[in-house]
Design a protein. Structure first.
Length: 423
């Protein structure tokens, strides 16, 4: 059933308590390669603003919190086999960060399962295709299996803040930490209000049997229920994957279930070689870390403003982030420029710009000005000159088969009427 109302961060009456920081660990999920954006390395190594990658910003945020509150703050990454080496190298320049197993643990690999008989898949042509990442729900078993959970508990850590490394809005918020600690809840999920664009994603719901909170993904929804699932007025909140976990409570769940955590398993149908659609049909079994909300009795959720959820999934997102629509704060957070009133520009680049290297050919002299831009669409092959300013709603169109350059200047109108420019 639906969840009707939840407390909101903006209206919480909490006095932030910096003394909690020394028993808190900040964990970033960093197992993803940016394959969707044409990268063959950790997505978090991508330059986001100036010379800073996601990882640079995260490392600098940790350093600035330590300085501001004159306290130690533990920081860790969950890497995957494919991101570990690059990531550790990139972070080695930050002397304030720990090294080796104090900085990272590596998520597990899971066997792909043959769809026809559920046996482990074999693919002698390239045995690496026989394995897949087990979804970020693996965070919990990987913490236990690597010894990380016990090590943190021994050192006196109690609270863990987890988020995706590509969500630049997920900074450690002292008010949220204090709220979580005083609530005595074992688990807290940051949720945001679903808008139409979020209707296909998972949402928060209530277990009709127990009254507890649970997370429902579209893969778990029967077809006849699809319409209700996508109704954003009925199911109002989605999981941002910013999660707060009480490590003592996590340990006791493992003890209760003989070393495992009973997360719902989702099936993804693929082929064993993802590029060869004729190869053996397989199932990839995945769990989601947010689904643990149903494993913790007394778990809670809190509604956060949209700026704590700013993931970078496409080159559209990246172009906006690199532009003046966003600003870098003194403590290395990326925020929307104040005059945007919390609304990011809507960018829709031509399909040819799906990959980062192609997007960089669109604006070889740096990003255009988007601070006053409501929406930007680019169709065809275009090169933006230095000094291009977009305002209002703009469409740039090149219907020819050769690249055309858009000269420096201001395009669009301040009254938000859509303006189309043919090159």
């Amino acid at each position: 059933g639906p969840v009707d109302s939840l407390p909101a961060l903006d209206s919480l009456n909490v006095t932030p308590d910096p003394s909690l920081l020394k028993s808190t660990v900040v964990l970033k999920l960093n197992g993803g390669l940016g394959t969707g954006m044409g990268l063959d390395k950790a997505k978090s190594l991508l330059k986001v603003t100036g010379d800073n990658s996601f990882l640079d910003l995260i490392a600098k945020q940790v350093e600035s919190m330590k300085k501001e509150h004159k306290t130690d703050l533990a920081f860790m990454l969950m890497n995957s086999f494919s991101t570990s080496k690059d990531t550790l190298e990139a972070l080695s320049k930050y002397s304030g960060l720990p090294q080796g197993s104090d900085l990272e643990f590596v998520q597990n690999k899971a066997p792909k399962v043959t769809a026809s008989d559920l046996s482990p898949a074999t693919w002698p042509a390239d045995p690496s295709h026989e394995w897949c990442p087990p979804g970020h729900g693996d965070l919990y078993p990987a913490m236990l299996g690597s010894g990380t959970l016990d090590k943190l508990l021994e050192k006196g850590f109690k609270y863990m803040f987890v988020s995706n490394s590509d969500n630049l809005g997920a900074t450690l918020d002292l008010k949220l930490l204090t709220y979580f600690a005083t609530s005595k809840a074992p688990f807290m999920m940051e949720v945001a209000t679903r808008m139409d664009a979020d209707k296909k994603g998972g949402h928060l719901a209530k277990d009709l049997k127990t009254g507890g909170l649970l997370l429902r993904e579209s893969a778990q929804c029967p077809e006849e229920d699809e319409k209700a699932f996508q109704d954003v007025t009925r199911y109002k909140f989605f999981n941002t994957n910013n999660l707060w976990v009480d490590l003592v409570a996590l340990k006791s769940i493992f003890e209760k279930h003989g070393g495992s955590i009973p997360l719902p398993v989702m099936k993804n149908a693929k082929t064993v070689d993802p590029r060869d659609k004729k190869s053996t049909p397989v199932l990839q079994l995945e769990t989601a870390m947010g689904a643990a909300i149903s494993c913790f009795e007394g778990a809670i959720a809190v509604v956060i403003p949209r700026e704590r959820f700013a993931p970078v999934k496409t080159t559209n997102d990246l172009l906006a982030l690199r532009s003046d629509a966003y600003q870098l704060t003194k403590d290395s957070r990326i925020m929307l420029a104040p005059q945007r009133n919390g609304v990011p520009p809507t960018i829709k680049l031509d399909g040819r710009y799906k990959f980062v290297d192609a997007m960089e050919q669109l604006c070889p002299n740096g990003p255009p000005s988007l601070i006053k831009c409501k929406s930007l669409e680019i169709e065809g092959e275009v090169i933006l000159s230095k000094g291009v300013i977009f305002q209002g709603a703009v469409v740039i169109k090149n219907s020819t088969s050769e690249a055309k350059t858009l000269p420096a200047g201001t395009y669009g109108s301040t009254d938000f009427k859509k303006m189309t420019y043919e090159l």
